[in-house]
Write a protein that binds this ligand. Structure first.
Ligand SMILES: CC(C)(COP(=O)(O)OP(=O)(O)OC[C@H]1O[C@@H](n2cnc3c(N)ncnc32)[C@H](O)[C@@H]1OP(=O)(O)O)[C@@H](O)C(=O)NCCC(=O)NCCS
Length: 198
């Protein structure tokens, strides 16, 4: 893996695949992968439920997501990344203070770290293109986020993982165990809270 040193925009070679990683900002919000662009699962659980029955309101939820990013960018700074391959977005990540992600409270595993303690919550790590999975993009994206948060002086990154299914906003538990995360709370054995000290 090789990196150029341009802050906020990095060109990386992952297993012979050339990809670009960009911080999410107002100008590239439109590049968030289609399935995530109007998803307000973490930001507004009530609206997420409504969206299931009212797909015609998609653009409304897309606006809410955009507003969430604009406010979080102002208050917290960089809170997401997009990975491009051949100019097309293929992967996406979102992270912020736990206070900005109210659906955290719906999980049985508790004790999610607070911003005052230097903890950041990873709400989504997603390689949207199925054919691009298993090529090291998820690992590279996670590493890019870890480096971003270290540079900004944060102390830990946390996420809920899934023990039995890869279909989880941030992915399966094994992926995080391999990257040095430990279990912080397993009140819900299916969705343990995992933490990595930065
Ligand atoms: C989980 C995910 C982010 C991992 O990214 P990736 O690019 O596919 O993973 P990588 O190629 O970087 O793999 C890194 C390591 O994690 C492991 N890993 C990846 N996915 C795994 C899985 N589903 N189960 C177990 N291990 C897994 C790989 O085996 C690899 O280990 P290795 O280095 O020892 O070979 C990606 O597969 C994904 O987005 N999956 C879909 C998840 C989903 O549906 N989310 C819903 C979003 S709302």
């Amino acid at each position: 893996m090789t990196n150029s040193d341009i802050f906020g925009e990095v060109c990386v070679v992952v297993e012979e695949l050339e990809v670009d990683v960009e911080d999410i900002r107002k100008a590239n919000l439109k590049d968030i992968p289609e399935s995530c662009r109007s998803c307000v699962y973490w930001e507004s659980p009530e609206d997420f439920e409504k969206a299931k029955d009212e797909p015609q309101r998609k653009s409304e939820f897309e606006s809410k997501k955009r507003e969430w990013f604009e406010k979080t960018l102002e208050e917290f700074g960089t809170c997401g990344k997009i990975v491009y391959h051949n100019g097309k977005s293929v992967a996406y990540a979102q992270y912020a203070s736990s206070a900005r992600l109210p659906n955290i409270n719906a999980y049985e595993s508790k004790r999610v770290g607070k911003l005052e303690e230097g903890a950041v919550f990873l709400s989504c790590l997603y390689v949207a293109e199925g054919t691009m999975r298993g090529k090291g993009i998820g690992e590279m994206l996670l590493q890019n986020i870890v480096e971003d948060l270290r540079r900004r002086g944060f102390k830990a990154i946390e996420t809920f993982t899934s023990r039995n299914s890869p279909d989880n906003p941030s992915g399966p538990m094994e992926f995080y165990v391999k990257r040095g995360f430990h279990i912080k709370d397993k009140t819900d054995p299916e969705f343990p809270l995992m933490r990595l000290f930065l």
